[in-house]
Design a protein around this ligand. Structure first.
Ligand code: R5P
Length: 293
């Protein structure tokens, strides 16, 4: 087995190669004066199971194109199989047309990956699990709740899990089981034109003396998490931290979270995010790869 990293891999490729006992190499690319890119996979992939590791955080389109090119160049070498490990797969939130005529970007991206020769796909915490079922090959979602909660188990006394919206409540409940603590959720709404988040229905609970952990699948602008943090403090929380799988940290997210009083931001190492604590989820990814090949 061969594991090959693209330029947006955050170190997961090397870790999973060790874990899988596979040969590891990184690909290279160059950019032409007009901005186009050339990718090079300098390996002998004939009759090998090849695992490509490439995350697709911003600039998403560039990182996706690099993944398509990398897969195509490997495919030409006639491998046994190509597995793509995409720790953060962009565009999965657009899983239906929200207004008539909009593209269903999630399906388009999944189809392109398959057309590029990728037969197995591993993605960490897709926004909705069912979206991955649209992939025409085999797929596996890695939900790294345990790794993310290990920190909380070691360091946080009197925790209380707060899901900042209904969608993240099932994962927050799983996390609460691991921490043996209570869990509740906020029913949020987002203004489609301004993007601003507000609380539609607040839970009745108070958090006096508790260290509240806000747990979500991702932090983008930080609006959802900041809103939940302010709510937790208003209901008596001693301290609030945020744990999210994907730390996209778009625009002023870091400042927004700091202003809300959040004392620490934790996430999986699927996306590089300065000033946050990154938790390695390579072991869960390696197990997912093993189950597909
Ligand atoms: C929404 O459904 C997701 O689970 C996240 O809550 C959302 O994407 C976070 O976005 P933001 O940080 O921009 O509020």
């Amino acid at each position: 087995m061969l594991v090959i990293s693209g330029s947006a891999d955050t170190g997961i490729g090397e870790n999973i190669a060790k874990s899988l006992g596979a040969e590891y190499l990184s690909s290279s690319f160059k950019t032409f004066p007009d901005g186009e890119m050339l990718v090079r996979a300098d390996c002998d992939a004939k009759n090998e199971d090849v695992v490509i590791v490439q995350s697709t955080y911003a600039p998403q389109d560039r990182h996706l194109m690099e993944l398509f090119f990398l897969s195509q160049s490997i495919l030409k070498q006639k491998p046994l199989s190509i597995t793509a490990v995409v720790p953060y797969l962009a565009y999965l939130r657009q899983d239906k047309p929200f207004t008539p005529g909009e593209s269903v970007s999630a399906e388009a991206v999944l189809d392109l990956l398959y057309s590029a020769g990728i037969s197995n796909l591993v993605v960490v915490q897709p926004h909705k699990l069912e979206t991955l079922e649209k992939f025409k090959g085999k797929s596996k979602a890695v939900l790294p709740v345990k790794s993310l909660m290990d920190y909380a188990l070691r360091e946080i006394e009197n925790p209380y899990l707060l899901a900042p919206d209904k969608g993240s409540f099932p994962f927050a409940k799983e996390a609460a089981k691991l921490l043996n603590c209570d869990c509740t959720f906020i029913d949020k709404e987002r203004n489609i034109s301004t993007g601003e988040v507000s609380i539609k229905n607040a839970p009745a609970e108070r958090f006096d003396g508790k260290n509240v952990i806000i747990f979500d699948d991702m932090i983008s602008t930080g609006g959802t998490t900041a809103q939940a943090a302010k709510f937790a403090y208003s209901r008596g929380a001693s301290d609030v931290i945020a744990i999210a799988v994907h730390l996209l940290m778009s625009g002023n997210a870091f400042a927004t979270l700091r202003e809300s009083g959040i004392s620490g931001i934790y996430g999986a190492n699927t996306i590089p995010a300065p000033n946050t604590y990154q938790i390695d989820v390579s072991e869960e990814i390696a197990s997912a790869v093993r189950s597909l090949i």
